[in-house]
Design a protein around this ligand. Sequence first.
Ligand SMILES: NC(=O)c1ccc[n+]([C@@H]2O[C@H](COP(=O)([O-])OP(=O)(O)OC[C@H]3O[C@@H](n4cnc5c(N)ncnc54)[C@H](O)[C@@H]3O)[C@@H](O)[C@H]2O)c1
Ligand SMILES: O=C(O)C1=N[C@H](C(=O)O)CCC1
Length: 267
Amino acid sequence: MINIAVCGAAGRMGQRIINSIVETEGVRFSGALERPGHPLVGQDVGLIAGCGELGVAVSDDLNGVIAACDVLIDFTAPKVSLKNLEACGLQKKAIVIGSTGFTPEERALAAELAKTTPVVLAPNMSVGVNVCFKILKDIAATLGDDFDVEIVEAHHRLKKDAPSGTAVRMGEVVAEALGRDYNKVANFHREGITGERTKEEIGMQTIRGGDIIGEHTVYFIGMGERIELSHRAMTRDMFSRGSVRAAKWVVSQKPGLYDMQDVLGLR
Ligand SMILES: NC(=O)c1ccc[n+]([C@@H]2O[C@H](COP(=O)([O-])OP(=O)(O)OC[C@H]3O[C@@H](n4cnc5c(N)ncnc54)[C@H](O)[C@@H]3O)[C@@H](O)[C@H]2O)c1
Ligand SMILES: O=C(O)C1=N[C@H](C(=O)O)CCC1
């Protein structure tokens, strides 16, 4: 039986992850973390998540909750996740991180801290998006430089980071397949007299509004034809199910930094 704790438990993803844990065989929900001073600290987390009383109260005792679990699932924010990763490493406990918006420096720190414990860090935990990551590499490499690449992502009005971690990863996969440096060719802003589009740039456009769960389209735009690869998330449950699948996988791994391609065997 694998004991799983959730950090960000009262959040949009945290609540769904708790439901997915309760619905999954072979795992046990062992603890719920929220930020110190959160108004729901002390409340039964099952009632918050809508799955009925679980007898587990929301806690702000990070080290205590980590001690009682085999793996922590963290959907919070980059700086919080890095602190949680460090705390898990000190106790040799595995962690699954779904937070997005990491800077390259923060991702490098995560890789360093992952030397102490097994970590799954993935901007999107759905099977569908991770299959998209895999086929995008082949599409880009096959089409080459004759097709201009643009990526459009759309999410709900409450999302705090942009572009989405998924869109950034899609851009990185395409750039790598084409021999480019994403951080140099990504174009996030077009306004005024921009001049002609360069062959190398990858346009990154962001839409925010309403309750959009998560939509991504990669456009490969040629002269006379266009290929579009899209993914539409209808609920958050495929992210939460993916995070629990990652938690069951990561507990038996050696220390290191992994992603959903490793969890799903897509490499
Ligand atoms: N990887 C994926 O598949 C995937 C899917 C959806 C969302 N996300 C990402 O997950 C993150 C969370 O998304 P969300 O929609 O659940 O956001 P949210 O704001 O609803 O939830 C975040 C939760 O973290 C809590 N939190 C903040 N600081 C904390 C701390 N120090 N300790 C404990 N809890 C703390 C907040 O109180 C909140 O409840 C975002 O970065 C989002 O982009 C990833
Ligand atoms: O709701 C969010 O926030 C999501 N964030 C992830 C991202 O930034 O890619 C995954 C999709 C949903």
